[in-house]
Design a protein around this ligand. Structure first.
Ligand code: ADP
Length: 471
């Protein structure tokens, strides 16, 4: 099959979170299963763009409302990613260093979607499936169904994957003129809650809609940031498929970002050396259990709870545990963490920012990875932690519930708690310390986690089966 993934992120080209990881891995595994997978994302002006070579494969221009833009589609030359990578370059809109957070994000991603469709419209053949990811590509199923320009593409099956239903990309009807002309009778297919809602539109118009874990799909039926009724209505085309991880990128035995590589046989020495490096860098005591957090510092991840969790635990358990946080996001949470760091003189450090290699070093050098998420559509961090022999400490929600069994139960690999509350998490911290002290039990739990196969193999297959069912 020929599958075209359209996304705002793709690792290692442009990554902000899990979306990038998924779009950088799933196509590679689909390719290995004998399919032809292509990925198209915007041509941001980032490190990858400046350090790689590209060939121009398409040049054109388009109207976005009253403005005319030239655009190029360029193809990465070396084919190093395991799939064909195309970038859409629209000077004046997409040539930004970052992915999101610009005042004209609505125009930027609308232009991206129009450029991609204009480009596909010129292909002599058609892809077998168009796979859209999140709201940045959410108007594509609508435009394929009802856009006058794209009549000849109408029969291409479309899939939407919801990586996070909190972000829907809504904008006002005053911007309707930006959308290429379509059958106006169908404008209701754009609407949700009185605004143009790209995620809702894609749920209405795509042939299939997937969520990144079965657990998250169950939650969306009653808690979907206002989309519950729509998701219930479209129940027949919803499928929950658990994300996998890229076992080649995330392998402690070969990971070049680690001070020392290790596998199941060398885990004790490997983790100790990695922990020592990390603790030296961050002024922590390597003889104590190290509990880390990596992620966006937002309420959904429970990051607002961290200052109190850390403050309380260090007060009650002084000299018994270390904490380390890597993340960026809500300025208030960043500030609170820095204040906590200033107040507690030992046992805690924080690195505000995005740092891919440091994240790998933390997965390897920590004993526990804390995820007090209020919402977790899939969560990749817990799967990376398991692969690196780090015990995940997670709230029972979404994909975390699907991937982590408590060590008190049969085949347990982690620690689970029910509430995103300081009390529940602090109790789990105590359980983590107890487990750490029982080194034999800790080794068993770690090894069980390392041996779990969370790779994309089976999930990539499930996506293929779903595509086939759309024919
Ligand atoms: P999200 O909701 O952010 O997409 P996921 O668990 O699906 O959450 O994916 C998070 C990904 O982003 C993981 O690969 C994680 O290691 C990475 N990540 C998050 N924050 C940072 C950071 N500050 N520095 C490095 N990597 C990060």
């Amino acid at each position: 099959m020929e599958i075209l993934h359209i996304s705002a992120e793709c690792y290692p080209v442009a990554k902000v979170g899990g979306l990038g990881d998924v779009v950088g891995a799933l196509p590679k595994y689909q390719h290995q299963l004998g399919n032809f997978a292509k990925v198209v994302i915007p041509a941001y002006r980032n490190k990858y763009y400046h350090t790689h070579e590209f060939d121009v494969v398409h040049q054109a221009g388009m109207w976005l409302g009253h403005n005319w833009y030239h655009f190029n589609v360029i193809k990465e030359r070396s084919n190093e990613l395991g799939f064909d990578l195309y970038l859409v370059d629209i000077p004046g809109l997409l040539d930004t260093p970052g992915v999101y957070g610009y005042p004209n994000d609505t125009e930027r991603f609308l232009a991206f979607q129009v450029a991609v469709l204009d480009w596909i419209n010129e292909w002599q053949h058609q892809p077998d499936v168009i796979h859209c990811h999140d709201h940045h590509t959410g108007l594509i199923p609508f435009l394929l169904n009802y856009g006058y320009k794209y009549e000849r593409l109408k029969s291409i099956p479309t899939a939407l994957t919801i990586h996070n239903a909190q972000y829907q990309g809504q904008f006002g009807w005053d911007k309707l003129y930006l959308i290429p002309s379509f059958d106006l009778w169908k404008s209701g297919m754009l609407d949700w809650g009185g605004a143009i809602n790209p995620l809702a539109s894609a749920i209405k118009c795509a042939w299939r809609v997937t969520t990144v874990s079965p657990g998250y799909l169950e939650e969306l039926y009653y808690n979907a940031n206002g989309l519950e009724a729509l998701i219930n209505q479209e129940r027949a085309k919803m499928v929950g498929i658990l994300n996998g991880i890229d076992n080649v990128v995330w392998d402690p035995a070969t990971d070049r970002m680690l001070p020392l590589n290790y596998d199941e046989d060398t885990i004790t020495a490997g983790k100790q050396t990695n922990k020592q490096h990390l603790c030296e860098r961050f002024g922590l005591d390597a003889s104590l259990p190290l509990i880390s957090f990596i992620g966006r510092l937002v309420g959904d991840k429970g990051a607002d709870l961290l200052p109190e969790i850390i403050g309380r635990s260090l007060h009650e358990l002084a000299g018994e545990v270390n904490f380390l946080v890597l993340g960026s996001g809500d300025p208030h949470i960043e500030w609170s963490l820095q204040q906590t760091r200033a107040v507690v003189s030992y046992g805690f450090n924080v690195h505000i920012g995005y740092d891919e290699s440091l994240s790998h070093q933390i997965y390897a050098g920590s004993d526990f990875l804390l995820m007090p998420s209020r919402v977790e559509p899939c969560g990749l961090n817990q799967m990376y932690a398991l692969r690196y022999g780090t015990v995940p400490v997670v709230r029972s929600t979404g994909g975390l519930k699907d991937t982590v069994i408590d060590f008190g139960d049969k085949d347990g690999v982690g620690i689970r708690f029910n509430q995103a509350s300081v009390w529940d998490v602090c109790y789990s911290v105590k359980r983590a310390i107890e487990l750490y002290r029982d080194s034999k039990h800790l080794d068993e739990v770690r090894l069980r986690g390392m041996n779990i196969d969370n790779s994309w193999d089976s999930s990539a297959q499930r996506y293929l089966e779903m595509y086939k069912s759309m024919k």
